[in-house]
Design a binder for this molecule. Structure first.
Ligand code: GLA
Length: 370
């Protein structure tokens, strides 16, 4: 056991590739300069003492078995302890306090940052020897099994493997990634936070996953080589149209197109074609709104406004949906004018204040100092 140490664990953006991760496809996220910092140290007590400094809350949980708590953030930590118990990892009671500046409910994966950072801190503190991929996978399992959201691997992987000034193309089947160093010279990535998070988000998320699985099952009856939507094309889908519902068809069509868009977007970045890249972002939003049906009025208002603004080359909703942020690719010169006009348009249409985040792409989670 170490004496005391600190771990930094960032949030993430996703340039393109939404709802493709749990379909074993490709995504293009990056870790950002908003993060949670954890300090872990020994305790004389028999329990794990957790303090969320931003909320000024301290809770004790067991180092072995925990039941689900009514406090959301506690479940992300208890879920990690649950994973470690299942793996028979040798951990003892400890104290851990954490806090940071990732806006909650904005779709920047503060929950993945919490799970991954907490596990990384424990891994370092008790010298458990878990690899980076193991940390990402255990954090995902914790969210799936303990918290109860069937999320894919994107958020945890981006949090752990992110690299300064680079997007990472993750192959969600092989769990390998390629670093994409785009030249975004003259352009900025801006997040516009709707400040809403509609309550149906996690239920709808789980339903979408089931609908995709139904599509795969139908396609598999004709083509056994298709193990997930990543392996399917639009022709495969067309062939089973009569045996699936319109909803299942639409969901699968979106995922197949979105997966292709990720690969096309990477080519556009490599060719420095920002206009083309932006057009894929607009298409992604259209699909998420009309086919995958995970957008909401507030996101559509911001995305539609961005589409009409002369400085914007691409915009779309980001993350699971039903609230959170849009991600916008904007000519840097027009950034200020965009913010001012978008804010007043959003206020006029919704009565709410949008918040803007100029983000910088940063390194993934790491130990800071002893
Ligand atoms: C959430 C999930 C991710 C991913 C996105 C949608 O952020 O946690 O795994 O599925 O939604 O792309």
């Amino acid at each position: 056991m170490k004496n005391k140490l600190t771990v930094r664990s960032p949030g993430r953006i996703n340039l393109i590739g939404e709802h493709t991760d749990y379909n074993m496809g490709f995504v293009l996220p990056a870790a950002i300069d908003k993060a949670i910092e954890f300090t872990i140290e020994p305790t004389t007590g028999s329990m794990i003492e957790l303090t969320a400094t931003d909320l000024n809350e301290t809770v004790e949980i067991s180092p072995k078995n925990n039941i689900k708590s009514g406090i959301e953030w506690v479940n992300y930590c208890a879920g990690i302890i649950d994973q470690l118990t299942k793996k028979n990892s040798r951990i003892a009671p400890f104290k851990c306090s954490f806090g940071g500046n990732i806006p909650l409910g904005a779709g920047l994966s503060s929950s993945a940052a919490l799970s991954c950072g907490f596990l990384m801190a424990i891994n370092e503190f008790f010298e458990l020897g878990l690899s980076k991929v193991e940390i990402a996978l255990m954090a995902q399992s914790s969210e799936n099994d303990f918290v109860g959201v069937s999320c894919g691997i994107m958020d945890q992987y981006a949090c752990i493997f992110g690299e300064k000034d680079a997007l990472i193309k993750i192959d969600c089947r092989s769990l390998e990634h390629e670093t994409i160093k785009g030249d975004f010279d003259g352009y900025s990535l801006l997040l516009c936070d709707t400040k809403v998070k509609h309550s149906l988000a996690s239920t709808a998320y789980n339903t979408r996953k089931i609908e995709c699985e139904a599509g795969v099952k139908a396609i598999q009856a004709k083509n056994r080589n298709v193990k997930s939507l990543r392996d399917a094309n639009l022709k495969d889908l067309e062939e089973v149209r009569s045996s699936i519902s319109q909803d299942v068809y639409d969901r699968c069509e979106f995922v197949i197109n979105e997966n292709n868009r990720v690969l096309a977007a990477i080519k556009a970045i490599k060719n420095k074609d920002m206009k083309l890249l932006g057009s894929f972002m607009f298409q992604s939003h259209e699909g998420l709104k009309n086919k995958y049906k995970v957008s909401c009025t507030e996101l559509d208002i911001l995305a539609d406004f961005a589409k009409k603004h002369p400085a914007v080359v691409g915009a779309r909703m980001m993350g699971g949906g039903f609230g959170g942020c849009t991600i916008n690719l904007i000519k840097s010169k027009g950034l200020d004018s965009f913010k001012t006009t978008a804010a007043s348009h959003y206020k006029l249409k919704t009565g709410k204040e949008a918040t803007f985040y100029d983000i910088k792409i940063s390194d993934g989670a790491s130990k800071l100092y002893y």
